[in-house]
Design a protein around this ligand. Structure first.
Ligand SMILES: [Zn+2]
Ligand SMILES: [Zn+2]
Length: 199
């Protein structure tokens, strides 16, 4: 297994604490490198990661893989699950990886004197074998990665709110370009009149 120490330090620097979920994120990211035979963390955009929860776990995945929301190589599929799918844009192969259902028990057996389950997990998750810690499965994606990634520089304007839409996220309804907020149920509604408008 590749040494996880540098990644632990990076995760620690991001969060000023180290926790089992960050370590799971790192281990899952490193396992993805093995399964897809990639050298990670990447400095390009070859690998794309779909994480199934945010928080410490996602940052652990990021430091190990080099996939970041800020690089448009990571997306949150918010299932509230400690799991991630890794998609190689070159080979179009994908693996989903998640913790072994017995990982917590194994951790307590491996590090029984660590002082509590949390501490056992923190220590054991760093040294457990991939087989003890993780499960993985090759998967086929039910979404278009091409559409998800889109093309650099694509932008348009919503015909209702006038706001800019990036990455081909618009909807075309009756020939009109609409943002998702105007076209569908929006996650917010304004409480006050708009304070400033460009037109
Ligand atoms: Zn944490
Ligand atoms: Zn709009």
């Amino acid at each position: 297994m590749a040494g996880i120490q540098p990644f632990l330090e990076q995760a620690l620097a991001l969060h000023d604490h180290l926790c089992p979920r960050q370590i799971l994120g790192i281990r899952i990211g490193l396992y993805a490198a093995e399964l897809l035979n990639l050298s990670l963390p990447q400095s390009d955009k070859r690998l794309y990661t779909l994480v199934e929860t945010d928080g410490c776990f996602a940052d652990g995945v990021s430091v190990a893989t080099g996939c970041w929301m800020g690089h448009r190589t990571m997306r949150l599929m918010d299932y509230g699950k400690v799991a991630a799918t890794f998609y190689d844009t070159q080979t179009e192969r994908a693996f989903r990886i998640w913790p072994h259902p017995k990982a917590r028990q194994t951790a307590v057996c491996l590090a029984p004197t660590a002082g509590g389950h949390w501490q056992s997990q923190l220590e054991a998750y760093q040294i457990m074998t991939n087989d003890d810690l993780l499960c993985a499965s090759a998967v086929q994606l039910n979404l278009s990665m091409k559409a998800l990634i889109s093309r650099p520089g694509v932008r348009t304007i919503c015909s209702v709110c006038g706001e800019e839409i990036l990455n081909e996220r618009e909807r075309i309804i009756d020939g009109q370009i609409l943002c998702q907020s105007c076209a569908e149920e929006s996650y917010y509604q304004p409480l006050e009149p708009i304070l400033a408008h460009s037109s």
